[in-house]
Design a binder for this molecule. Structure first.
Ligand SMILES: NC(=O)c1ccc[n+]([C@@H]2O[C@H](COP(=O)([O-])OP(=O)(O)OC[C@H]3O[C@@H](n4cnc5c(N)ncnc54)[C@H](OP(=O)(O)O)[C@@H]3O)[C@@H](O)[C@H]2O)c1
Length: 359
């Protein structure tokens, strides 16, 4: 009996990978209208999708550069000529990762659950005093204990995966605006529609006091990633900055570090058997979204396997009202850490945005 790899994953059901694919059954996706199609697919690697792309003179930031998708993304962007700043919670780990990469890189400390650290990281990037061309919000956390954890009163996945990056991006918008074409890629996940709560963002329970489960909380934070890109894309319309979100694929990285041994083993077996992506393939969509000449004016979209997709069945991925509300709430929760109005670049940017809104 022949069996294709998606069917296999649907049958196994016991792993993170399989649970996502199984949950995908019955979900209808179509190519997003108005976005150029690429010839790349789930098998494409980061090196393949950046072939011929010259990033000399460009500054890129990759959060979570020490392992998995982030490391490969940093490696390939540096290989194509970009000066890449890579972050980790540990400066030593970030330095070690940077050292392993050929090209120009530097390391900055970033703990996304600590907004003072996020501000310091943004300041360090600003001190490079160069326009920021590429910002890849890649770092991510997946809990595995089944215990709800709070950071400053809010659920931990939401804080690390969404709010931390919300602050970072906001503080770097001025630098992205200075770029000839600033690009933001937000590494979300298919969990945004397979595992998120049925009702979408739980605005009245951001501490997840009801129905807590690790995967649900992870999916909730990943839905927030997609909605963040949707709303920011809208706010930045008319500027040269674009922002898109993506699912990298199912890849055996250290994202499973908090899962129990059984789940880690199952995840490793499934991916080792080829029923998932390699790390080289896992970094492809991030690199494609960040560098493809085809996507110069594509913004606010969601990508899988190097192409923009629209989930037409259920989920809240394209819910503009929910995205706007998430922005309002996130702004309120992080107000004290948002932009410093200290640079001419930021003032120009503000003026441009205001003009666009009033015009
Ligand atoms: N692997 C998959 O199958 C899969 C599927 C869908 C989506 N994703 C997403 O892809 C992204 C990359 O994940 P990965 O699979 O490459 O996992 P990974 O190997 O665990 O890498 C995650 C990175 O995030 C950093 N990080 C973790 N917690 C952090 C925190 N609190 N503050 C700052 N940085 C933190 C880690 O750096 P340090 O430990 O050095 O601080 C690490 O470099 C994540 O956003 C993940 O949700 C992965």
């Amino acid at each position: 009996m022949s069996i294709d790899r998606r069917k296999f994953l649907q049958l196994t059901g016991a792993t993170v990978a399989a649970s996502q694919v199984a949950a995908c059954a019955g979900i209808e996706k179509i190519p997003t209208q108005g976005v150029p199609r690429s010839n790349f697919d789930e098998d494409s690697t980061a090196e393949e999708v950046t072939e011929g792309v010259d990033l000399q003179g460009k500054l890129a930031v990759v959060t979570g550069c020490t392992s998995g998708i982030g490391f490969e993304t940093m490696r390939v962007l540096a290989m194509r000529g970009a000066y890449v700043v890579g972050t980790s919670r540990s400066l030593e780990k970030a330095k070690a990762a940077c050292k392993k990469v050929r090209g120009v890189t530097s390391a900055v400390q970033l703990e996304l659950s600590d907004f003072d650290s996020v501000v310091a990281c943004a300041d360090a990037i600003r001190s490079i005093n160069q326009p920021l061309d590429i910002l890849i919000c890649n770092a991510g956390y997946l809990g595995g204990s089944g215990d709800r954890k709070l950071v400053n009163g809010f659920e931990k996945h939401f804080v690390i995966n969404h709010l931390g990056h919300f602050v970072l991006v906001n503080r770097l918008l001025g630098r992205l605006y200075m770029s000839w074409q600033g690009r933001i890629a937000v590494v979300a996940s298919r969990s945004s529609y397979t595992d998120a709560p049925d009702g979408g963002i739980e605005f009245s329970d951001l501490e997840a006091s009801r129905n807590y489960a690790d995967r649900r909380a992870y999916g909730h934070s990943k839905l927030a990633n997609v909605l963040f890109a949707l709303q920011l894309g809208k706010l930045l319309m008319g500027t040269r900055i674009t922002v898109n979100s993506l699912h990298p694929g199912v890849i055996n990285t250290e994202i499973d570090r908090n899962l129990n041994r059984f789940m880690q083993g199952a995840f490793a077996v499934v991916t080792a058997l080829g029923f998932g992506k390699t790390i080289e393939q896992g970094a492809a969509t991030s690199c494609y979204v960040a560098t493809s000449p085809l996507l110069g004016s594509t913004s606010g979209k969601y990508f899988e396997d190097c192409n923009a997709v629209t989930v037409v069945s259920d989920g809240h991925l394209h819910d503009e009202a929910m995205a706007a509300e998430l922005w309002r709430v996130s702004e309120g929760l992080t107000r004290d850490y948002l932009v410093s109005h200290d640079g001419p670049d930021w003032n120009d940017f503000e003026r441009a945005l205001q003009k666009r809104r009033s015009g």
